[in-house]
Design a protein around this ligand. Structure first.
Ligand SMILES: [Mg+2]
Length: 381
């Protein structure tokens, strides 16, 4: 099944947080790592203004000071960076529970199944960037979106800073083929030198190289090199353990009180959560309804079933039971629906075959057309 993976990388993160907290630093070459004149320290992060002078991460501070005598030097404040990173991490989880952190300021997001909620992949990428900026008070990130991790990361690298690049079958070759082989995942300086020795300098050269020859020279890594030359990579996004819950919530542009409007939202949420459960191969045992009143009071109600389920009907039925008991004393600002107590669905035969086939066809069509083209009758009520 095709996947949608994003690689999100904060731009000059530590330096950007310093500028956020000290607006007077904006537009200046800024070096985070230690005081000027420090003999032992190295550059941890520097602003793009400092990079123009050739300053780079991991460079001795003394060398940075020679290259950029006017730079501002500040010591790092890891507690503060971790605090902002936590805000960013929460934004990632608004989009998907499948988040694999790479470092404090960088992560892979498996957005498979979330595409339908946005008009297009660029719109989804912009939504991530906008939410990060709003939640942090203005930090920028570079976002690569692609069918796999390798291309997503390449995408964010190529569009830095404050960029967005969606890698598709159409632009893949023009982006990938001219790159030096050293840019490929896992190709270190040694392998690059070895490839160069045989005249294989670019990814285009590598693609022309027979896989048998690569296996002879590089053993197990040979087939992998061959795959990377075609932009192929099937490593999963690993969130370090299975996600604890899958869900969606919707904040309304104006508070809702009409029971029919609210029911329609619940039906749509059940459809979205059900589809994502199936796309990720999970069944759930617990349904949680979240609601926020006009006065911002936010409450949740849960039900746990004896048997796991992954179909929209059960989800909706349980959500409606919970909803019946909710006091409708005010209008609502938000409704959310979550499925938790997740178990791998393939171990279970949960639905009669025919019902399962219908769901599979609906999911497949909805994925292909990237929006809700196929809905059950009740959603149109
Ligand atoms: Mg970064």
């Amino acid at each position: 099944m095709p996947r949608t993976i994003a690689h999100v990388d904060m731009d000059a993160f530590f330096a950007a947080v310093e500028v956020l907290d000290h607006p007077e630093y904006r537009g200046k070459p800024l070096i985070v790592g230690g005081p000027r004149g420090s003999r032992r320290g190295v550059v941890s992060t520097c602003s793009y203004e400092a990079r123009r002078y050739g300053v780079r991460s991991a460079m001795p501070l003394s060398q940075a000071a020679r290259l950029c005598p006017d730079a501002l030097f500040v010591p790092g404040r890891m507690t503060r960076y971790a605090e902002v990173a936590e805000v960013v991490r929460r934004v990632f989880h608004e989009f998907t529970p499948l988040v694999e952190p790479v470092s404090i300021d960088e992560a892979f997001l498996d957005l498979t199944g979330a595409e339908h909620l946005h008009p297009s992949l660029p719109a989804l990428g912009r939504a991530i960037k906008d939410r990060i900026a709003a939640a942090t008070g203005g930090l920028t990130a570079s976002v690569g979106i692609a069918p796999n991790k390798f291309l997503a990361k390449l995408g964010s690298e190529l569009c830095k800073p404050d960029g967005l690049l969606v890698v598709t079958g159409e632009n893949l070759d023009s982006l990938l083929l001219p790159l030096p082989v050293g840019r490929l995942w896992g190709v270190g300086p040694k392998t690059e030198a070895e490839l160069n020795r045989y005249g294989i300098k670019t990814v285009a050269d590598l693609r022309r190289t027979p896989v048998e020859w690569l296996v002879e020279r590089f053993g197990k890594f040979g087939p992998e090199l061959h795959q990377l030359a075609y932009g192929l990579d099937d490593r999963p996004v690993s969130s370090g353990g299975d996600p604890k819950s899958l869900g969606h919530e919707e904040t309304f542009p104006t508070d809702l009180s009409d029971p029919r409007d609210l029911r329609r939202v619940l039906v749509s949420l059940a459809g979205q959560v059900g589809r994502r459960l199936r796309q990720h191969g999970f069944a759930a045992r617990t349904v949680t309804l979240k609601f926020r009143y006009a006065d911002f009071t936010t409450l949740t109600r849960s039900r746990t079933l004896s048997a796991p389920f992954d179909d929209d009907d059960t989800l909706l039925a349980e959500a409606l039971k919970l909803w019946e008991k909710v006091e409708k004393k005010q209008a609502f600002r938000l409704l959310g629906l979550y499925a938790s107590g997740l178990v791998p669905a393939q171990q279970l035969s949960l639905l009669p075959d025919r019902k399962r086939q219908v769901l599979a066809v609906m999911d497949e069509l909805n994925t292909r057309f990237r929006r809700e083209v196929v809905v059950k009758g009740r959603q149109l009520e």
